[in-house]
Design a binder for this molecule. Structure first.
Ligand code: ZN
Length: 88
């Protein structure tokens, strides 16, 4: 079982968290013309990277805050956790 360090309340068991998806995806700019294909790609298409990756996680059974986790998808080693507005 993983132990994840929530940046708001500290290290907790994995079963308190929910995976929230790829944290590297950028939403298209507001009020900018976006093609159907660009929107479709943003909403539906995700890569399945192998190795170090930045993800969103939700502390659903704790403080209910969203945050970022830099994790290796093959070993599950967690390198760093960040608040959503922080960059690596
Ligand atoms: Zn928390």
């Amino acid at each position: 079982m993983l132990h994840i360090k929530c940046p708001y309340c500290g290290t907790r068991s994995q079963n308190e968290f929910a995976y929230g998806g790829d944290a590297t995806i950028k939403r298209p700019e507001l009020n900018k013309e976006v093609s159907d294909k660009e929107w479709d790609t943003f909403v539906y298409f995700r890569k399945s990277p192998r190795g170090k990756h930045l993800e969103f996680w939700h502390h659903i059974s704790g403080c209910r805050q969203w945050f970022k986790v830099q994790r290796d998808t093959t070993t599950h080693e967690i390198f760093k956790t960040l608040k959503p507005n922080e960059d690596i």
